[in-house]
Design a protein around this ligand. Sequence first.
Ligand SMILES: Cc1ncc(COP(=O)(O)O)c(C=O)c1O
Length: 475
Amino acid sequence: MAPAPQHEHAAGLPAFPDPAAADPALAAFLQQASEQLSHWWATAGLRPPLPSLSVLPEVPPRAQGLSADALLENLQLVMDGAYNPCHPGALAHLDPPPLTASVAADLIAAGLNNNLLAEELSPSLTRLERCLTAWLAARLGLGQGAGGVAASGGSLSNLMALVVARHQAGLQGRADALVFCSADAHVSIGKALAVMGLPADALRPLPVDGRGCLEVEALAGALQAAEAAGRPVLAVVATAGTTVRGAVDPIAAMADLCRRHGIWLHVDGAIGAVFALVEAHAHRVPDLGLADSLTVNPQKLLGITKTSSLLLLRRPELLAQCFGTGLPYMEPSWADAHGGECGLQGTRPAEILKLWLGLHQLGLDGVEAVLTGAVQRRRRLQQLLDPLPLELRGGPLHLLAFTPRGLSPAEADRWSGHTRQQLLERQLMLSRPLHAGRHHLKAVLGNPYTGEAQLQAIAACVADSLSPLAAPVHP
Ligand SMILES: Cc1ncc(COP(=O)(O)O)c(C=O)c1O
């Protein structure tokens, strides 16, 4: 006879799944939670992208557990105050609506409660991670034998890449090692170097050209100067899709310089690398395959539920060479190394499951359709804003930033704050990055429900915001 269920509370929701029988109360609870979520999605258009302050449920737990109904009511209060990425006017950040199959896979991964730390805790999922990262790495051009590991976010992928680069270069303990990147590289590169114990001036940002791409001449000069000064270079970082405008650095020329100087090239493709998954868009991010390591964030444009990031390497065995500890409390790995030996994280959720299921839901044609839609929306917004007296900062991807021509930094700050507010009142949410010394407004056009109406409304609101600026100033 099965043992009596433990920890069952008054309302019948079992604390743990019964291993011997289906439990109707548990099934009903999951069903109701899922209906609540479906309703939240289905009413997203009725709520603004950014909700006003909402009531939080009681935070400390009571002595007695709550009923299933009370749990769901409290969940609803948190949901009511959540950012609303499904609203067609949600255009501020790199956070699109969730890809539906990845939501289901996230639930299943949570229910399986496997651990990517070691194979005996995640036998099928570990193999899935190895095989899918190898497939993706080859697809993105890193070659047969390439592969990698999932990491919880692009910042962590970038950090692990730089730790591996330093290990490979044998520069551990050298406080004088340098990293070169463009002035528009993501802040996570500087954060990674700080975590690695390097001084702030270890990061050497280099100028970008008028399209926001790193100037190769500047890199060539900087590498030569470092060599002449006897300063070791730990890595060069190229960005495939910068955070504000989606610019793509000249990877081939950078790789060439790196090869000549024997330096590791990391490509931060957190935004742009997914474009190389399909032939129709691969030209937007050329030469990713020349990287030694590559960050890819399917959580951004593809909508795989957070977090979903990968660090891919031409030589994936370098991960375990760098991070391996022998995991003395585990059975040996059946292959090359346990998941927990391939990066900084120990216990890890099976993030690979939602990426795999999401890619299968879309298919490669579906991936292409997502990318095409995003690029078309960026082009259309650019077309609508083009006649206005704005500095438009775009690139080949799905991001577009802009600021009025000729404003001082203080004026651009005021204009962007005011205009963002005007947009929010029309249920259009853009972000307000400080870029090249001046505030801009930025639209990320990855939301598939953003249509002509929203794009027209943005252009109209921005045009209105510019008329007071054009008015003659009376002394
Ligand atoms: C170019 C780039 N790299 C890395 C990151 C960091 O990714 P995450 O927020 O997942 O840590 C971002 C985030 O927006 C980014 O834009």
